[in-house]
Design a binder for this molecule. Structure first.
Ligand code: NDP
Ligand code: MG
Length: 378
């Protein structure tokens, strides 16, 4: 029986994780659940899974029947819940840089980390991977592309390069002018995946793929120039690995996150996920396109930040989180997201980042600058 904490339990990944876990009551026991402010939904999961501890960032009155479990509140709920319960596995599915402190604590108290949150590696990749190596804690990818690569690497042979596939997001076929003024509803209707709002906007700017190049760089120790991106609108091939002999291995499946979630949960075994199997005959053709850096500049911004180093990546992430939040709130047009991120990167002088505290200082600074830029639109 593995004891599991699900951080960000009420989100898109959290809910799908609990769906897979519930299919295997003989294998997994949920011992901790967290969320930000969606108390009623979290209460329902606490009633159903009966964890030892639970937490909400936003403090709320706890119903009488849920006081069997230990409750935590505040910005550091993820860390406090993990420290209280010390689960075997921490599945980190919170959104944004809140994933970084959660992962740093999980590295100290858990046996394995199942990582959906990519912002932890974008902001603290080197610190996280060093700590993981030191403590011998495996970080198993949940992000579908990285799970695909991880699955393709099970033979143990060093790859020559990695190829991340991208759906292209909701605006893949739009012209530049239309992209500038895309509405929140248009951006949030993703063609192939159902996900949380922040990542869906990141898919439309293609910042998501940029964050994933950084994530792949850290997870697989692959230099930036050997990680390529190809747009594949059907999202059937989830990513590929290239070898010296000219072979490529790809992992395929339906667009159902329960596949990579169950792979991380069951690893090294495969367990039933609830996902439908892929019907090859109904699929028709698979297409591949070159990403358009002119219409979608965020991918190039993220690659540039990776080449530049940690300070630039933290800045990129902080500015992007603020800009995406402002776009969803209707404060800036869609086209402003990339411009704000680029402007903040251009006005920052980069220095070495040696500890986690420095990450948070740089993040706060990037957000403050981004907020000033956002203010200019109002
Ligand atoms: P959602 O917005 O759907 O869910 C986020 C979850 O995190 C919610 O449960 C939210 O609680 C909770 N949360 C937010 N901040 C905190 C915090 N500080 N402490 C505790 N809980 C918090 O996001 P997704 O599930 O879409 O994405 C989660 C992460 O996984 C992101 O980093 C994303 O990039 C990554 N990912 C997601 C994929 C997907 O298919 N959705 C695919 C690949 C990666 P509340 O409900 O109360 O707001
Ligand atoms: Mg992904």
């Amino acid at each position: 029986m593995r004891k599991i904490a699900v951080l960000g339990a009420t989100g898109s990944i959290g809910v799908q994780t609990l769906d897979v876990v519930a299919r295997h009551p003989d294998k997994f026991h949920v011992t901790a659940l967290t969320a930000h402010s969606n108390a009623n939904e979290l209460f329902a999961y606490v009633r159903r899974f009966r964890p030892q501890a639970a937490g909400l960032v936003k403090e709320t009155e706890i119903p009488e029947d849920l006081r069997f479990c230990e409750w935590f509140f505040g910005e550091d709920v993820n860390s406090r819940v993990l420290e209280a319960v010390k689960p075997d596995d921490a599945l980190c599915a919170v959104v944004g840089i809140a994933g970084l402190p959660a992962v740093m604590t999980a590295l100290k108290v858990c046996k394995r980390i199942l990582l959906a949150n990519k912002e932890a590696l974008v902001t603290g990749g080197q610190l996280v991977m060093e700590e993981a190596r030191k403590r011998n804690v495996p970080i198993l990818p949940v992000d579908s592309e990285h799970s695909a690569i991880f699955q393709c690497l099970q033979g143990g042979v060093e790859p020559k390069g990695l190829i991340l596939t991208a759906s292209g997001g909701a605006l893949r076929t739009w012209d530049k002018q239309a992209i500038e003024n895309a509405t929140v509803d248009q951006v949030l209707s993703h063609p192939t995946w159902r996900m949380g709002k922040k990542i869906t906007v990141d898919c439309a700017t293609m910042m998501n793929k940029g964050l994933e190049v950084i994530e792949a760089h850290y997870l697989f120790g692959m230099p930036e120039e050997r990680i390529s991106v190809v747009v594949h609108p059907q999202s059937i091939i989830h990513s590929l690995v290239e070898f010296v002999d000219g072979s490529m291995l790809a992992q395929m499946g339906c667009t159902d996150m329960r596949v990579p979630i169950s792979y991380a949960l069951g690893y090294p075994e495969r367990i039933e996920s609830g996902a439908k199997e892929l019907d090859l005959l109904s699929m028709g053709a698979l297409n591949f396109e070159k990403p358009d850096m002119d219409r979608f500049p965020c991918l190039a911004l993220a690659r540039g930040a990776l080449r530049e180093g940690a300070h630039a990546m933290i800045t990129l992430n902080g500015a992007n989180e603020e800009a995406v939040g402002a776009f969803i709130a209707g404060r800036i047009p869609f086209g402003a997201i990339a411009k704000i991120v680029e402007r903040i990167l251009n006005m920052t002088s980069f220095s070495r980042v040696s500890d986690v505290e420095a990450v948070y200082t740089i993040d706060r600074d990037a957000r403050a600058r981004a907020m000033r830029e956002i203010g200019r639109f109002e």
